[in-house]
Design a protein around this ligand. Structure first.
Ligand code: ATP
Ligand code: MG
Length: 303
């Protein structure tokens, strides 16, 4: 598969302070790639370097085979982006905003503009003023702006911030359609593990300016945290430790929790029942970003 974006040992130092400390990852054509990390991890800084808004201190970034150092213009021709909030004029219509922005790039035709509007499904409201738009619609207009020049690579910095669950779902569907039907490659940052799990194929996890893990999303999702509410906590702990050799068990009054896959949940339930630990109920939670970071860093918290 063709590599659309690659970062090799990318660094950024500001006023002597290292902020991005040697980042490597690559994104293949048609992928929806997640860039996951907590506040202040360095997501925006990295994305700004990729789209040419700031210059890396060191390392190499290539977009569709063009180095941003030696072939900046060619590299940038292949990227559309929304970094932080898209700049829109509230008192103008959605259409006029797009027109204005397209004027800066002469290769964008009227047809490109119409197609972008249709793809984000804003045709109905495109002639209304932006100050009558919902947040989700503004977000879609921002994406239309990024799509107008039909870039092979789309870069979105925390695009679902502030959207409600329905808006997030709509956004996910749009992104997935663009990847599946247009073969577009999308790099999207987020601080929400659950969102990345639902939206992306692969993910790079960033903490304190370093990539601490890259993985297929399925690999991150395997270990879900399961909690058994039991009467006999010491009894249940003994079974999990001795019979199932689980590590990283967490327990409190009336419950024990551990990360296990679905097949083993069945076996653990049976063992608990046999041993009469007084199991009341079992629940499975989505792992939180905090849990994931604890696991990846061996105990370091993200704060
Ligand atoms: N212009 C700057 N000068 C110095 N430090 C900066 C500058 N811009 C950002 N930083 C620092 O760089 C680090 C990374 O910031 P960045 O905005 O990339 O984080 P982020 O992952 O996008 O976080 P968030 O989820 O809050 O958007 C932070 O510690 C931030 O304080
Ligand atoms: Mg940011």
């Amino acid at each position: 598969m063709e590599t659309v974006l690659s970062l090799k040992n990318v660094t950024k130092t500001i006023k002597g302070k290292p902020i991005i400390k040697g980042i490597d990852f690559s994104v293949k054509k048609g992928q929806i790639y997640g860039f996951l990390g907590p506040n202040g991890a360095g997501k925006t800084m990295t994305l700004r370097m990729i789209v040419g808004l700031i210059k890396p201190t060191g390392g190499e970034i290539e977009i569709c085979g063009n180095s941003i150092r030696t072939s900046f213009v060619k590299a940038m021709r292949n990227v559309g982006c929304i970094i932080e909030n898209p700049e829109l004029y509230d008192y103008m219509s959605g259409y006029d905003n797009l027109r204005l922005l397209s004027g800066m790039e002469p290769q964008i035709t009227e047809q490109d503009l119409d197609e972008a509007i249709q793809r984000v499904r804003l045709s109905q409201r495109i002639n209304d003023k932006v100050n009558t738009y919902s947040l989700g619609m503004k977000q879609r207009l921002g994406i239309a702006q990024a799509l107008m020049k039909k870039p092979p690579l789309l870069i979105l910095d925390e695009p679902t911030n502030g959207l409600d669950p329905a808006g997030m779902k709509e956004f996910r569907q749009l992104i997935q359609t663009l990847a599946a039907e247009e073969g577009m490659t999308i790099l999207v940052s987020s601080h929400l593990l659950s969102e990345v799990q639902m939206m992306c194929d692969e993910v790079a996890v960033i903490l304190h300016g370093k990539i601490i893990k890259t993985a297929k999303v399925e690999e991150l999702a395997v270990d879900r945290k399961v909690t058994w509410h039991v009467k006999d906590v010491p009894g249940a702990l003994k079974i999990l430790e001795e019979q199932f050799q689980l590590t990283g068990i967490d327990h409190a009054d009336g419950r024990v929790s551990a990360c296990v896959d679905d097949d083993r949940i069945v076996a653990v339930n049976a063992a608990f029942t046999n041993a009469q630990v007084g199991m009341l109920f079992v629940c499975k939670e989505q792992k939180s970003l905090e849990d994931l970071f604890m696991e990846l860093t061996g105990g370091e918290t993200i704060g």
